[in-house]
Ligand binder design. Structure first.
Ligand code: TXA
Ligand code: MG
Length: 305
């Protein structure tokens, strides 16, 4: 059920149940991150394998300190620049964080989100909130409360109405290794921006035998309709008169606007029973790199070259 009442959300979380929560990136499926039973519900309802770890959300550096062994100076610099906001940082986990959250890894992924309602929830409870994107495993991430409700119906007792997500793409995930910032998932914070804070930034190698994060799976964020990346929309239409074609297009807008609309438009097109959805690649700079990465993964089909 979609609600405007934040108390419903706080009480449900305290009871050990799961809720839909707006964030500035995408909607999350949240639970008490220190309650293993509650966290198990996230995996179950999302249909997500336990080998994929979850992000913990908190509201302050003071709370963060309880969840990590130490805060490396580079992580502190990133936190000072981007938090609250769409950056997730990997830290060495403290004893408080269970292996269920990290899927057995010694690293835990943490972020302080900027959505005012999410911050209000985090300040009303005395635990971090574990939250993956609120979509069934490998489906499109939701950017409205309505989408979360459509995906899960009464399997999720409450979804908090928080408007359409401002950023519209998931957080960028980084780790710190040998004085380098390694990007594991491109998202709301661009590589160019990170380089201004710490010049030594690298993309994690795209080696699908060593998938660190589920956001790195080749097939991800996928619509149920086949998605094809094309060079020329009109030419594709002309060459395929037999197909009922949905076009994902954002002419005349900047990449920030496109990021906000991308998953939303894809989700809407996916509801309309097209034979295929087609889309052109985005300008490969700034947030366009993250968009192209999502597009590539959403369009992946087995056997394709
Ligand atoms: O913007 C976001 O990050 C949203 C909102 C709700 O905060 N959350 C989100 O969560 O996108 P999720 O679970 O859909 O994607 C988180 C990614 C996954 O690919 C997961 O594998 C990775 O983060 N991850 C989480 N913990 C990790 C860890 N300890 N080590 C490596 N990767 C981790
Ligand atoms: Mg996700």
């Amino acid at each position: 059920m979609i609600t405007n009442n934040i108390q419903h959300i706080v009480e449900t979380l305290k009871k050990g149940d799961i809720v839909g929560i707006p964030t500035e990136t995408v909607y999350g499926l949240g639970a008490n991150g220190l309650d293993e039973k509650a966290v198990q519900k996230i995996f179950r309802v999302k249909g997500r394998p336990n080998k994929n770890p979850l992000i913990l959300h908190t509201h302050s550096i003071k709370e963060l300190k309880k969840l990590v062994k130490h805060i490396p100076p580079i992580a502190k610099k990133l936190a000072d620049n981007y938090w609250p906001g769409p950056l997730t940082i990997l830290f060495d986990k403290s004893e408080l964080v269970s292996d269920l959250i990290t899927a057995g890894s010694k690293k835990v992924a943490i972020r302080i989100p900027s959505h005012p309602l999410f911050l209000e929830i985090l300040k009303s409870v005395d635990f971090p909130i574990a939250a993956p994107s609120a979509n069934p495993y490998q489906r499109i991430s939701p950017t409205t409360a309505q989408q979360v409700h459509e995906y899960f119906q009464d399997k999720v007792p409450y979804v908090l109405e928080g408007g359409k997500c401002e950023c519209g793409l998931e957080s960028t995930i980084v780790g710190i290794e040998n004085n380098k910032v390694i990007i594991y998932r491109l998202g709301g914070i661009t590589m160019e921006s990170l380089k201004k804070v710490h010049p030594n930034v690298e993309l994690a190698p795209k080696d699908n035998t060593k998938v660190v994060t589920s956001g790195m799976d080749l097939k991800h964020y996928a619509p149920t309709t086949k998605l094809i990346i094309v060079d020329n929309i009109n030419l594709f239409k002309k060459n395929h008169p037999e197909l009922n074609i949905g076009v994902l297009t954002f002419e005349h807008h900047n990449n920030r606007f496109i990021a906000k609309e991308f998953y939303y438009q894809l989700y809407q097109l996916d509801q309309q029973n097209f034979d295929v959805i087609i889309c052109k690649k985005f300008k490969n700079m700034g947030i366009g790199k993250a968009l192209n990465d999502k597009l590539q993964r959403a369009s992946y089909s087995e056997g394709a070259s």
